[in-house]
Unconditional design. Sequence first.
Lengths: 205, 118, 162
Amino acid sequence: MKKDLEINSEEIDILKELGNIGLGNATISLSEMLKDEKIKMLVPDVSLISLAEVPDLVGGPEKPVAAVFSRAIGEASFFLIFLMPEKSALNIIKALTEGIREEFCSLGRSVIREVGNIVSASYLNALSFLTDSAYRQTPPILAIDMAGAILGTIFAEASIIEDSILMVKTSFSTEVNDIEGCLIIVPHGEGLKKIVDILGLELKK
Amino acid sequence: MSKVLIADDTAFMRMTLKNILEKNGYEVVGEAEDGVQAIEKYKELNPSLVTMDITMPNLDGIAAIKEIVKNDPEAKIVVCSAMGQKALVIEALNAGAKDFIVKPFQPDRIIDSLKKFQ
Amino acid sequence: MITQVRIAEVVVQRESGLLITVGLGSCVGVGLYDPVTRTAGLAHILLSDSRQFNGKSSNLLKYADTALPLMMDKILKEGALKKNLVAKIAGGSQLFKYNITGGVSNESVGKKNIMAVKKALLEMSIPLLGEDVGGNYGRTMRMHVASGQVEISSLEGYIKLL
């Protein structure tokens, strides 16, 4: 029987640092898209929690959110979930279409998907640079619905069913356009230890 | 007028690129949503320039570049992708891309790049 | 008393109050009810088949094939009688247009879950009185313990009574 995932405090620190560096790169991209708006980053949150508790991480299972999901494949593999409350998603559509759209029509949904794509990719670019290895991403897909429904679907379809799931959540917010969101990384598979080791060495330099 | 084919799986990105290109005097003759369509439309439309995303369903951009360049070694393809990793940039350039632009980008960046290859 | 039932949980309650499970995407909410003793049970199923995931998780309440018999045991212990039991289900939708793992799949997890739940209910000889399943949106399921009535709602604002 597979052992429950164990993680010590040094590993948590490394993952937090990864969260910071990845989000840092992602916020540079976000800021550029939002005409150089200042983006505030929050301290990354590393949690080892049960499936049932996951929706609470993002505001509760009933919260209406837009989520963009993709899978990163490289030395380690993990899932990336970019998540925004519905209101923020509408605000970002408005900002990026220069006011032409402010709804979840086909173009609006396409905007969210692209933002999710760029944020996830920026994150992976930072990881790639740090570990000097490549990370590809599957084409991002979008769902707009209750957080619990989306997260449950992701876990079921991706077979993430362990009793404890490791999640690295990095959050950002902006003032001018009133946009907040987070990127959740769910390491999955054997590569986690490897990545933590490599990162640990890199960060010590 | 230079004819451009845009390949990207996101409608918003295709629209953004189209606006930038048309504002700068280029003619967008076609759009592709994945690598398979990119290959087909290249054959069909014979554009002078291509902008190519990498992460696309069905067939990714690098595979599409290889196929297009195989049939047309003179093809002028500029990659436009969010994946800005050293290994991937090298892979794209080795496959035959002429330049690699990382998203998000300023309009000037892509126009300057396309100008070089006309 | 209002009791939340989260992913991979089962709750049994008697006589009064509300059992709620929020955010059913591909998951299926299964309500069991004995109208005579007014005993209700609600499960939030994530996957169809426990045998596919050998030992990866010790929580058997995730899977339709193991959770439903366990829920039945629990509800019978609370005083319900098997011959009275009826079921109502909701969920099993497909939220993402494309397959999440990037591969080719014949059936979404949601559909598999619906089939597995129905199969389990059949095997336990519990009649299915009502269902609100499929589609591409998330649902919330509310079960009134005093009456056994179930309300299904979605973000779009519709309400269906089972």
